[in-house]
Design a binder for this molecule. Sequence first.
Ligand code: GLN
Length: 203
Amino acid sequence: MSTPKIGVLALQGDAREHLVALRESGAEPMTVRRRDELDVVDALVIPGGESTTMSHLLLDFGLLEPLRARLADGLPAYGACAGMILLATEILDAGANGRRALPLRAIDITVRRNAFGRQVDSFEGDIAFVGLDEPVHGVFIRAPWVERAGQGVQVLARASGHIVAVRQAGVLATAFHPEVTGDRRIHRLFVDMVRARRLSGGS
Ligand code: GLN
């Protein structure tokens, strides 16, 4: 089957590392900043960065509603850190009025923004990840955690008892940054998810 074309939202944040990780995981990556680019991708990665800034850039670039519509239509997506926050249905500590992170509502979770950040800004650790034999080295940078996972959501990993990786249908989200470690297993998992949904014609 042909190589899936996977976009990386490149309005802000660490898009470049995801482009490299996706290419090394068997996908054809492309940056997405405009509506016509969003329209042609088979799936989308939303990188880490700053979720309030990214939300407002999505509004400014006229991408917020088109992206919500594509996700509602079944566009597979992977969000890391700020990307996890944006993919959620509900965001706690979303930011001050007028400058809030805006949920894309693609996965039935409630996330708390900067949740670990209130305890310790950044930390790293090896965490067990469902479906992977060896633990993943999680790099957490002012990371969110998942406070509620809906019934259809599979919990894939926890750190200090908190949910930090989830999946629902074609949507994957991690509170940590696998793109910075050189370990491509999470990106390969996502590329496999995208391939499987294309094969099943799933939406
Ligand atoms: N704290 C950031 C936010 O609220 C996320 C940090 C990250 O993506 N590394 O968006």
